[in-house]
Design a protein around this ligand. Structure first.
Ligand code: THU
Length: 161
C-alpha cells in the first residue's frame, strides 16, 4: 500500500481592492452579473464572469425555473456561453460571487460539483489552468490557481476511448 496526499493552496485577499486591477475588474463584472440573476425561488443570486484570452469578458448568472432542476448555475451559464460563442478562446480566469436576499453570504461562494466538472472540461480541453476568484457578497476573495485544485481526482476524457 502506498499513500499520497493531495493538497492545494488558496490565496486569501482581504477584499477586491487587494487584487490586481484586472482581477478587481473581473470580480466587479461578476457582481454586476449577480444583480441580473433570475433567482425567484432560492433568492440566492450568483454572478460569474469569465475572462477569455482575447480579453473578452463573458458574464453569467443563475437562471432558476419553477421545475427546479431545469435551472442552471451562474458558472455554467457563463462558460457555456463562452464555449458556444468563442469556441477557440481559452478561459483564463473566472470570478464568482454570491449574495442572498435572506441571509448574509459572508464567505466566498465555491462552485457546486456539477460546475466544477463543467469548468474542468474546458480546462482539460485548453490544457491551461483556469484561475478562480471566489467571493461572497463582498469581503474576502479566495484565489485558486486551477479548477483541478478544487476537483482532485476528476474525471475527464482521457478515460474515454
Ligand atoms: N448556484 C450557482 O449559481 N452556482 C453554484 O455553484 C451553486 C449554486 C445557484 C443555483 C441556484 O439557483 C441557487 O444558486 C441556489 O442553489
Amino acid at each position: 500500500m502506498k499513500r499520497i496526499k493531495i493538497s492545494f493552496e488558496v490565496e486569501i485577499y482581504p477584499d477586491v481592492t487587494a487584487l490586481s486591477e484586472q482581477e478587481r475588474q473581473l470580480m466587479e463584472s461578476a457582481v454586476e452579473a449577480r444583480e441580473k440573476a433570475y433567482a425567484p425561488y432560492s433568492k440566492f443570486r450568483v454572478g460569474a464572469s469569465a475572462l477569455l484570452d482575447n480579453g473578452q469578458v463573458v458574464q453569467g448568472s443563475n437562471q432558476e425555473n419553477a421545475a427546479y432542476p431545469a435551472g442552471l448555475c451562474a458558472e455554467r451559464v457563463a462558460v457555456f456561453y463562452a464555449g458556444a460563442n468563442f469556441p477557440d478562446q481559452s478561459i483564463e480566469m473566472i470570478a464568482i460571487t454570491a449574495a442572498s436576499n435572506e441571509i448574509d453570504v459572508d464567505k466566498p461562494a465555491a462552485p457546486c460539483g456539477n460546475c466544477r466538472q463543467s469548468l474542468s472540461e474546458y480546462e482539460f480541453k485548453q490544457k491551461k489552468p483556469i484561475v478562480l476568484l471566489l467571493m461572497g457578497e463582498k469581503g474576502e476573495v479566495y484565489k485558486c490557481a486551477s479548477i483541478s485544485d478544487i476537483l482532485p481526482l476528476g474525471f475527464n476524457n482521457s478515460y474515454l476511448p
